[in-house]
Design a protein. Structure first.
Length: 646
């Protein structure tokens, strides 16, 4: 009886893959809707081929270009210990010919001759390949991409040539401070963790890889059940489905070796330490970095993102406002980097003023004051609702973006969520979890932090003692005094508070009723005119979303072409922005953007975004402009900041 049940189960399971089509249709359980009428014709299908490859297929009648991207769930963390850079070099070699297209230059010649956008990247746990191209040539381009994963050649004669290209890429990165910082992080990580590997490689390191080992690595990880494909085109869904089947059903499928990765990336010895870095550019930045326990890295309820969102929200009594009032910082950016299902980092990055460089301990203290405030109050549910509401609105009214960017983004994210629900859990939090939020906050202590300061070492009188191996970035590590860590532990500040309800969050977005006016973008309607100005209105009859774009151009006889006038206008814009920062940042969190800028004879105010609260925002901005003034000390601060900008 047991054998019969097993037979019946296998028989029923086999029926899920239609013998005629060779794929299984996956029910879409994302339950997300797009309300942008311009994208109303977009149709989506999810299928899994009989070889295990997942395909996310989007048919969009308004697509002006077709695109495809394929992600392999293998990156540089999968590099063999003795062959660092294997994943990245494999990425390069796949462009150098296949049995179907043996010429090493054929792919790029075809793509560039047809105005394609082509690229690939290798990250921690995946490698993504993509292109966008004219619609009429899409099938031919897709066929060429598919043979990357069916029959690549790995010609030995091409390996030496491609080593030069990898060297060029490495050389280009040497003067990039982001890469230099990344390489220093590798030196601070545990040598048992694959994060520490030299991910890009050079001709010196990669030339040691035998071609047989490169192919062996490729055949182990480049299997259909380890891949996710995204296809975007104006073609009908059924035609796209047939095309995916035709091109990718030959991708081989084999078992994949599992990868065992330690739970923590960085060494214990670097906790509670300052890492001073000499940047290549003229930077003044400090970053507080926390590696989260593995239990918090899987974040479907987005508690980590909610904490970051709350700390960064630029309302009154925010961390940002406090730092700006004390003339310590230009900006604050709080981010969460999820590296895998058990690795996540939370970072607070701050662009420092000259005053901030002299008072880095105070800047760090203000950060912990903000964290400690949240430990006391928790993150209110209304902030969770706000974040969820805006994530949903931004999905519903998403614009049509560049086809290449669109498919690369989806291919990169696709394997991080169950295929049936994608992209719902990627976009929206599943629940409000105050216990988890509190548990995460308790891990954000001074002793758990690592403090990175990038600036000219002469400004802080520090001698840098170390030099990173691959890019020779200079840095030094100093332990933070225990007394200082203890003083930050429970620091509180009455001027840093939990955000209040954001007055700009839309509650009822809807289109204006149709009227008989003839206002269009081509022929705006004049609404008002007197000796001081004129107001025009242009109606959007094409995109039909509940959004506005308001431009107010102010002219004055003071505005001339004198260089001093230019500088004073720039200074005014910077000072006005600082004055309005809490209003502007609250509005940005609600999908409303405010810009000030100057032209030769004009000052321009621009407001864009969701329409419902736009008039309220405009009133707030104009009231501040009418009553604007600055003290002499504020003038000096803005002047110094503008000098740095220049």
């Amino acid at each position: 009886m047991k054998k019969l049940l097993i037979f019946l189960f296998c028989f029923i399971a086999s029926l899920s893959f239609c013998n005629e089509t060779g794929y299984q249709k996956i029910e879409d359980q994302s339950n997300l809707t797009i309300l942008n009428p311009f994208l109303a014709n977009r149709k989506i299908s999810k299928i899994q081929l009989s070889n295990g490859l997942k395909a996310y297929i989007i048919s969009d009648k308004n697509a002006d270009r077709s695109a495809a991207a394929l992600a392999v769930n293998a990156g540089y963390w999968n590099d063999p210990l003795q062959y660092e850079g294997m994943a990245h070099f494999c990425e390069h070699m796949l462009f150098k010919g296949s049995k179907a297209y043996p010429s090493e230059t054929e792919y790029f010649h075809f793509m560039y001759d047809n105005s394609a956008n082509v690229n690939a990247f290798t990250s921690f746990d995946k490698t993504v390949y993509g292109f966008s191209i004219h619609n009429e040539i899409f099938k031919e381009a897709l066929d060429r991409l598919s043979h990357f994963f069916i029959d690549p050649l790995f010609k030995e004669g091409e390996i030496a040539k491609e080593l030069y290209a990898v060297d060029q890429e490495h050389s280009k990165n040497i003067e990039n401070d982001g890469w230099r910082f990344f390489m220093i992080l590798k030196e601070l990580s545990s040598k048992d963790h694959p994060f520490s590997k030299f991910s890009t490689g050079t001709s010196e390191t990669l030339s040691k890889i035998p071609p047989t080992e490169l192919r062996k690595w490729y055949e182990n990880y480049y299997n259909a059940n380890n891949m996710a494909l995204v296809v975007y085109s104006p073609l009908e869904l059924n035609e796209l489905t047939s095309l995916v089947m035709e091109k990718f059903e030959q991708v081989p499928n084999k078992p994949i070796e599992s990868l065992s990765i330690p739970d923590t990336i960085f060494t214990e010895e670097t906790k509670g330490h300052f890492i001073y870095i000499k940047p290549f550019a003229d930077l003044q930045e400090i970053s507080l970095m926390f590696e989260l326990p593995k239990d918090f890295a899987s974040d479907e309820d987005k508690s980590l993102e909610l904490i970051a969102y709350t700390l960064q929200r630029g309302q009154s009594y925010s961390l940002l406002e406090s730092l700006k009032k004390e003339q310590l910082a230009e900006s604050v950016h709080v981010s969460v980097e999820t590296l895998s299902q058990k690795h996540a980092l939370l970072s607070i990055g701050i662009e420092l003023t000259n005053q901030g460089i002299k008072n880095t301990d105070l800047v760090i203290q203000r950060c912990f004051e903000a964290i400690n405030n949240l430990k006391q109050t928790g993150v209110p549910e209304y902030i969770y609702s706000e974040m969820k509401k805006m994530s949903e609105l931004n999905y519903q009214y998403q614009p049509q973006i560049d086809a290449f960017e669109f498919v690369m983004h989806h291919a990169s994210d696709l394997s991080d969520e169950d295929f049936s629900t994608y992209p719902r859990k990627t976009i929206l939090p599943t629940s409000y979890n105050p216990k988890k939020i509190s548990a995460i906050l308790e891990t954000l202590t001074p002793k758990m932090g690592r403090y990175f300061l990038a600036c000219d070492p002469k400004k802080i009188n520090i001698t840098l003692e170390k030099k990173e191996k691959w890019m020779e970035a200079e840095y030094s590590i100093k332990e933070v005094a225990k007394e200082k860590l203890s003083s930050w532990e429970n620091a509180l500040n009455p001027n840093i508070k939990t955000p209040e309800i954001n007055p700009f969050i839309p509650s009822k977005l809807e289109l204006c009723p149709s009227t008989n006016d003839t206002a269009t973008f081509d022929k705006p309607l004049k609404l008002y005119e007197n000796e001081k100005g004129v107001l025009f209105f242009a109606k959007d009859n094409k995109y039909l979303t509940p959004e506005i774009s308001w431009h107010f151009t102010i002219k004055d006889a003071l505005f001339d072409l004198n260089p001093k006038t230019y500088a004073l206008k720039d200074l005014y814009v910077k000072a006005l922005f600082e004055k309005l920062q809490s209003t502007i940042f609250s509005a940005e969190s609600a999908g409303l953007r405010v810009k000030f800028f100057t032209e030769s004879f004009d000052f321009v105010l621009q407001i864009d975004g969701y329409s419902e609260k736009a008039s309220y925002l405009l009133e707030e901005v104009l009231n501040q402009i009418k009553t604007f003034s600055m003290s002499e000390s504020e003038f000096d601060t803005h002047k110094n900041s503008l000098t740095l900008d220049y």
